[in-house]
Write a protein that binds this ligand. Structure first.
Ligand code: NAD
Length: 248
């Protein structure tokens, strides 16, 4: 499905990003495993190499324009091109509005929203030069319906921004043959959600027609589809991969 393609996946040292990196490698792509944690990124590279595929770990904070530029250069130097960018790196903040301070708010916006903008901006040059590319942004159902239950208003606002940005960039990039889509997962079983109290988790499961929380591999399958030629006529799409949460 992705044979000969090169993909950068931000925040792919663990969780959903790791599952995306492994699934794309399985489909034949060369992978840049980006993270701020080099130990976990190195482990994912080792897993990919064990499959007989190629990968490199690149340390870059998605809030740093300089580090992102270096990451794109490293990718082009190593693999000769950049076909797919998955903006997956993200952080959560679950405090109620009255308890979030300005610094916490800014950091969530910087990583979750500005990070997506900066990575897209840097990736557009090589993608335009090769007349094509696929950008997939990992947003969240919280960006559509708000946070509420988990008190994550700041996180929801950042993901709502990612959804609007995805649609805008899709319009802007379509003429260059670049597809820009987003995926909105609901509760997915990763480190990010592991601290959530069991009673809240049970409550969430009751809202899901499929009756279980998502696994990172559930998200990875949809990302591979959006990264492949099977979705060439889709852009600006916000795809729920959420166990049916948003179906009513
Ligand atoms: N887990 C869920 O229920 C869920 C639901 C909806 C959306 N999402 C989104 O999916 C994405 C992945 O979430 P996850 O659950 O796998 O989270 P996670 O916390 O398990 O993994 C996030 C990864 O991103 C990396 N990261 C954090 N800040 C970074 C930065 N500034 N630069 C580069 N890397 C950075 C972390 O080191 C980590 O490896 C996030 O954007 C998240 O908002 C998750």
């Amino acid at each position: 499905m992705l044979k000969g393609k090169t993909a950068i996946i931000t925040g792919s040292g663990r969780g959903i990003g790791r599952a995306i990196a492994l699934a794309m490698a399985e489909q034949g792509a060369n992978i840049v495993v980006n993270d701020v944690n080099m130990e976990s990124a190195g482990e994912v590279v080792a897993e990919i190499e064990a499959m007989g595929r190629q990968a490199i770990a690149v340390k870059a904070d998605v809030t740093s324009e300089e580090q992102i530029k270096e990451m794109i250069e490293t990718c082009i130097n190593r693999f000769g091109k950049l076909d797919i960018l998955v903006n997956n790196a993200g952080i959560i903040q679950t405090l109620p509005v009255t308890e979030i301070d300005g610094k916490d708010w800014d950091r969530v916006m910087e990583v979750n929203l500005k990070g997506v903008f900066l990575c897209c901006k840097a990736a557009l040059a090589p993608m335009k030069a090769q007349h094509g590319g696929k950008i997939i942004n990992i947003a969240s159902v919280a960006g559509k319906r708000g946070g509420g239950l988990l008190g994550n208003s700041c996180y929801s606002a950042s993901k709502g921004g990612v959804i609007a940005f995805t649609k805008s960039l899709a319009r802007e990039s379509g003429p260059f043959g670049i597809n820009v889509n987003a995926i909105t997962p609901a509760f997915t079983d990763t480190e990010m959600t592991r601290s959530i109290a069991p009673d809240k988790k049970e409550f969430i499961i009751k809202m899901l027609p499929l009756g279980r929380v998502g696994q990172p591999s559930d998200i990875a399958g949809a990302v591979c589809f959006l990264a492949s030629s099977m979705s060439d006529y889709m852009t600006g799409e916000i795809m729920d991969v959420d166990g049916g949460l948003m179906c009513d």
